[in-house]
Design a protein around this ligand. Structure first.
Ligand code: PMV
Length: 321
């Protein structure tokens, strides 16, 4: 009753920000992401009848109180397998946890794939998507590799799948880490605050589908410039909504903004590159492999950048043991 899975974080090009149903963790908008190849989460799940409660170890430390979202996911598997066994979940990230690098996405994707195998359930993809979604809205995207689309469906749920595999259109992603500290306001709290207080939230939702459709079309056309334009603007729209929440949410540091200007300058000089920022101070730059060294060198030179992580596109979550 034990299995280990690896999942990789994903970064949204068209963002998810806001829930239409908080209890069921359903997103207000669809999203489009790329799955990373070089950093990941490794999670072992072991169900054990002798345990009296679920236990979670993150990065070699046992957590004092288990996250309710983890218990909810495990409950779904217990229900499917018709057992009451509690579980030990041992998970490790090889990148900063909770700092806007999508650790919840890769964490929950690895958890559901490992739990499914530990209990030999062989659930279908739709069921894994649905269970991953109860943990974190962006987690279903890490079940898949390459370019991934997550959409609301007509049955009041979501569907998720790969639009293009990681080898079909190779990209480089360069992450400028400007802080290793966990963020002060979680994505869940931040997006709920935006939904209830930002005057721009309704416009964000109304204009979102057009961004999503145009982005999918530019992936189909392999139009890097168009996709970059759409993604950078969609990211700034999300942050405009966050910044106009009450109290305002400012996820950027000075170095984040310096990095954004650096990428814009680089683009002006003729390098095809664009950026995105999530609910944390790290900046993510996207370019084609031929330009990755140049982009990396440029971001490394920005004051306040602690380190730079380079990645190619990666595969979806998978069993390793
Ligand atoms: O999946 P969550 O609840 O961590 O939310 C992710 C929110 C953003 O990273 C800011 C945007 C996204 O689509 O990944």
């Amino acid at each position: 009753m034990r299995a280990t899975a690896i999942a990789q974080p994903n970064i949204a090009l068209i963002k998810y920000w806001g829930k239409r149903d908080s209890d069921r963790n359903l997103p207000a908008v669809g999203s489009l992401s790329v799955t990373l190849g070089s950093i990941g989460t490794r999670t072992t799940v072991e169900f054990d009848a002798a345990l009296d409660s679920d236990r979670v170890h993150i990065n070699e430390q046992e957590v004092e109180s288990v996250d309710r979202r983890v218990e909810k996911c495990l409950d779904r598997f217990r229900e499917k397998a018709a057992i009451a066994h509690k579980a030990v979940v041992t998970t490790a990230n090889d990148f900063p946890t909770g700092a806007g690098l999508a650790s919840s996405a890769s964490g929950f994707a690895a958890l559901v794939v490992a739990a499914d195998r530990a209990l030999d359930l062989n659930l279908g993809e739709d069921e894994l998507v649905d269970i991953a979604r109860t943990g974190s809205g962006s987690a279903p995207r890490s079940l898949y590799g390459g370019f991934v689309l997550l959409e609301n469906d007509s049955d009041d749920g979501i569907r998720c799948g790969s639009v293009l595999g990681p080898e079909t259109w190779p990209w480089s992603i360069i992450i400028a880490v400007t802080s290793e500290a966990p963020k002060k306001v979680s994505s869940t709290d931040g997006m709920e605050l935006s939904r209830t207080t930002s005057p721009y939230f309704s416009r964000w939702v109304e204009t979102h589908d057009a961004d999503l459709r145009a982005a999918v079309a530019s992936i189909e056309d392999r139009d890097f410039e168009k996709l970059g334009e759409l993604a950078e603007r969609n990211c700034l729209k999300m942050h405009a909504v966050a910044m106009t929440s009450r109290p305002p949410l400012l996820y950027w540091s000075g170095a984040t903004l310096e990095c954004a200007q650096n990428i814009r300058e680089l683009r002006k000089s003729g390098v095809p590159v664009f950026f995105s920022i999530d609910a944390g101070p790290q900046l993510k730059a996207f370019c084609l492999p031929d330009n990755s060294e140049e982009v990396r060198d440029s971001l490394e030179s920005v004051p306040g950048v602690l380190r730079v992580i380079s990645s190619e596109l990666g595969e979806g979550a998978r069993i390793v043991e």
